[in-house]
Design a protein around this ligand. Structure first.
Ligand SMILES: [Zn+2]
Ligand SMILES: [Zn+2]
Length: 112
């Protein structure tokens, strides 16, 4: 941290007196340095912001559908690759339904 004297604009220097830190100037200006509370707070804030950034990135990634590609014969165009995913049907006793989307014509169908 570089600081300048508000009295004469010279560069201030750090000095420790009686175990306490001061910044002093050759003109006689002296200011006590409170523990680096401020810096610690800034660091914590920085870390928090970085964390939030990461969380946002993660949640964005979660929303991108990444479905496995399977060898599946499209009933519409005959293409042999399809995106596959499963969805739970409304009634709890029914098992989940497999959905397929043709990579070529985007035709979507399901299989029980
Ligand atoms: Zn000064
Ligand atoms: Zn198709």
């Amino acid at each position: 941290m570089v600081d300048f004297c508000p009295e004469c604009s010279n560069l201030l220097r750090k000095r420790t007196m009686n175990g306490e830190a001061y910044i002093v100037c050759r003109c006689g200006y002296t200011r006590k340095i409170e523990d680096n509370d401020e810096d610690l707070e800034k660091d914590a804030l920085k870390k928090k912001k970085a964390l939030e950034k990461n969380l946002i990135i993660l949640s964005k990634e979660d929303k991108i559908p990444v479905n496995p590609i399977v060898d599946k014969y499209c009933p519409k165009c005959g293409h042999k690759k399809a995106e596959a995913w499963q969805e739970q049907t409304r009634s709890a006793d029914e098992s989940s339904t497999s959905f397929f989307r043709c990579l070529k014509c985007k035709h979507t169908w399901r299989e029980y």
